[in-house]
Write a protein that binds this ligand. Structure first.
Ligand code: 3EB
Length: 332
């Protein structure tokens, strides 16, 4: 599967200025990793989700979702802003600060499933969830992330929808925001990792409702090579956090998890030919809990990923207090 052809991944990281030049040409939408979060909005006629993921003095990153379709259509459904090109749908939503983000998440996810079913983009391949105060105590006296998992899980149950690759991560403000990608005809093959218990089977010690996501999703076109979306991955073996307090080992365990997930043996287990290595990944995002760990985490990641990979690093909380790092990426 590795070759010397340079292929453009479906997303790239850009500066704020670049987005204006690209928009209207070959773009579906964008996510602004910036100093303030809020509801999705229209920029240059395209859906853009602002996320509070950047501290003062850090560089803003715009994640631009590209399309090779000719016609991009846009719309709004129950506060969700979306764009689609006939094959791919990009959609952004915002729950905002709320006393019970679980029920709000349930409603937002139900609206999302209604949208993909109504528009015919039924194959949801990748979701991202950014939660302010993710491990804080919620107004219900439980935990924000656990409340979120309860409501999200109900929505998956109610619609009977397959669980795609996902990220659940902290943000610095703005309540809960989410965005996702869905396909019309390309099949979504959801992958698990032999080194990890499926997240949706985590035992109850991590919360009343295990998180609803797969470890990765492979998008299989009718012909040609597909692409693989790797979920936010952390230093978890089976269901337990490994190397609490040791950020370097957490990075190593996380990278080993990803390598096992995307390697040929695991793809074969899921009926997919070929295999990938860490240096095949592009558009990598690294979430680091403690600002002081950013240099070592960045160095360890740079050693493993390709020099052609864009790597964006954000300093935010992870969904378990003992997790210091989470890493995601995709193959072009
Ligand atoms: C884990 O493996 C780490 O709730 O959507 C990773 C990816 C994590 C997605 C989610 C959570 C989510 O459990 C946390």
């Amino acid at each position: 599967m590795r070759g010397n052809v340079i292929v453009t991944p479906p997303s790239t990281f850009r500066s704020a200025e670049d987005f204006a030049d690209l928009a209207g040409d070959t773009v579906l939408g964008a996510v602004r990793f910036s100093t303030a979060g809020g509801p999705p909005r229209w920029e240059h006629g395209l859906p853009v989700l602002p996320l509070h993921m950047v501290r003062p003095g850090e560089a803003e990153v715009v994640e631009v979702w590209h399309t090779d379709g000719d016609v991009v259509r846009t719309g709004e459904h129950e506060g969700l802003l979306y764009a689609h090109d006939g094959e791919v749908l990009f959609c952004a939503g915002w729950i905002g600060p709320s006393a019970d983000c679980g029920e709000a998440a349930r409603q937002a996810y139900l609206a999302a499933f209604e949208l993909v079913e109504g528009l015919g983009y039924r194959n949801v391949v990748r979701m991202w969830n950014m939660l302010e105060g993710i491990t804080d105590r919620s107004a219900r006296g439980t935990e924000v992330y656990r409340d979120f998992c309860v409501g999200r899980g109900k929505a998956f149950d109610e619609r009977g929808h397959a669980m795609p690759a996902s990220t659940g991560i902290g943000s610095l403000g703005g309540g809960v925001a989410f965005y996702f990608l869905a396909h019309r005809s390309h099949e979504a093959v959801h992958l698990e990792n032999p080194l990890q218990v499926p997240a949706h089977e985590y035992p109850p010690q991590y919360g009343p409702r295990p998180p609803s996501f797969a470890r990765a999703t492979y998008v299989r076109p009718e012909q040609g090579r597909g692409s693989l979306y790797v979920s936010g991955t952390a230093s978890i073996l089976d269901h337990a956090t490994v190397a609490a307090g040791d950020v370097a080992r957490q990075v190593q365990v996380t990278l080993a998890n990803i390598a096992a997930l995307i390697g040929a043996d695991n793809l074969a287990r899921h009926g997919i030919d070929g295999g990938y290595r860490l240096d095949d990944l592009r558009a990598v995002k690294v979430y680091v809990k403690r600002p002081e760990d950013v240099p070592i985490v960045t160095r360890l990641c740079r050693d493993e990923f390709s020099r052609r990979a864009e790597v964006a690093v954000f300093t935010v909380d992870v969904c378990r207090p003992d997790l210091l790092v989470e890493i995601e990426g995709m193959t072009p």
